[in-house]
Design a protein around this ligand. Sequence first.
Ligand code: GLC
Ligand code: CA
Length: 593
Amino acid sequence: MSEISTPSYAGKQWWKEAVVYQVYPRSFADANGDGIGDLKGITAKLPYLQKLGINVIWLSPVFDSPNVDNGYDISDYFAIMGDFGTMEDFDELLETAHNHGIKILMDLVANHTSDQHPWFVQSKSSRENPYRDYYIWKDPKGFEEDGTPIPPNNWASEFGGSAWEWDENTQQFYLHIFFKEQPDLNWENPRVREDLYSMVRWWLDKGVDGFRLDAINIISKPEGYPDDPDTDFEKHTSSIPFVIAHGTMVHPWMKELNAQSFGRYDVMTVGETSQTSPEDAKLWAGYDAGELQMIFHFDHMGVDTDPEGSLGGKWSYAPYKLSELKRILNAWQTELEGNAWGSLYWNNHDQPRVVSRFGNDSPQWRVKSAKQLATTLHFMQGTPYIYQGEELGMTNVRFESIDEYRDGDSIRFYQDMHVERGNLSHEDAMRAIYIKGRDNARTPMHWDASAHAGFSFGKDVQPWISVNPNFAEINADAALADENSIFYHYQQLVSLRRGELKDLMVYGSFKPLDVEDEQVYAYERVGGAEGTDASQSLLVISNFSEQELERHYEALEQAREAGASVELVHSNYADDQGATLRPYEAKVYRISR
Ligand code: GLC
Ligand code: CA
């Protein structure tokens, strides 16, 4: 028997030292003027990304798709969505990116496909079709008196309503954890897994540099399909039923996927894993687990949600406490260290804009606050991800009418809670969407102050989603012309991490300070681990408040008493006022003993 060697992800690795930029293709740059971002648009903006300094792009899905969930419903894994261009355009993007020293991660959506995928079309056609078992079909639990079939269990779709859709023709339900146009694949079927693995290899052989694995923790459904104790159809949940978040086969299948595909290549993988604890992360991204290199956890994304709230899932907003945000992020830092690798993110295409969410997007403080948030995150351990426009301090958007929204999740929330059920007024439904809706992140990228923010030149064409009206002030052109812009702050963070401070920023030990402080986030990164210089450390101090504060840190005082050199290496203010912290001030000292 030949031995299968599991790759170890311990020690220094290029993907630990990388900085990733997420591109949401539909909203990034429109090269042909039809109002929709495209691959040629991305290729044209590579010099901009190179200037920012990132070296990896995570590309949200560009595969062929009827676009019910903006490409997260794939109908052909081997073709490019017409809106985005052609396979030649993709090859050009990949090659040009590589020439700019930028790698590309694809978005692997393998929990489900589109209902237009030929597998599902076949599967649905009859119970005897050879593709029937590619998806999850179940008999009804019974029938109501009026003959309405009762779903096999009470699971709710992430986007509202039952997760089961009745098929009249074959008299069974199929499972869809997301929209009904996104049927869940049946990973229990070895043919499904083989087809998926060979598709992954096809892309790797093409030269892509890795994958972000969409909703990957829910591919294994719990045995017996038990009811979920938390389901409440009066709410619009927007969270995966807990019972399906941790199926028993998920780790064996991840090891299999790794062994049969990316484990054989020098590439990078990151799993999207909701409801995952630091303990679970060691199973997913443990250095010797043979699964993924890192995961996205969601714990800090729940910090401003009221679990008892009446709207369900993410929609019930509650202001966050800094001590709680710190407790979560600090726990992930300290528990993973030495065991597993993590990712760092404030934003993605499913989340509101961070400066509006955890910061202050008022004209007076937006710039300071966006920089302060960036510094807080980028000095932690893990691979940082920047979401398009974050480097400009783009903000949440408030469209007046629900008709201007494109995100099906927000639209269904509005209908479920307001229009159909009347549980909420129009104003309150919109307020929830302003705070948590996914379109906050999906309005077009602001390139300049011209029409459509320079996203699209199409004169008579409207972009697929309206531009945030604040683009005249917040845009890439303006940022590049201002040496104090948020862009250059991010550029400096990336350059410190990939250059001068690489060892400490990537590999230094994380030491939390003053965990109860409700206004300041402070921590140290201490050298010594992974062959880094033990005489060096970093002290990160970040004022989350609008107040001027006074704070003294022992680490600093001790270092000065011991005659160590203390040098300010990064700040969002022009000078240093020692123990006085100005509003949203973030600064970093290097201490050399
Ligand atoms: C992930 C994606 C999200 C998508 C869902 C279904 O959560 O990030 O955008 O709607 O999976 O594919
Ligand atoms: Ca276009």
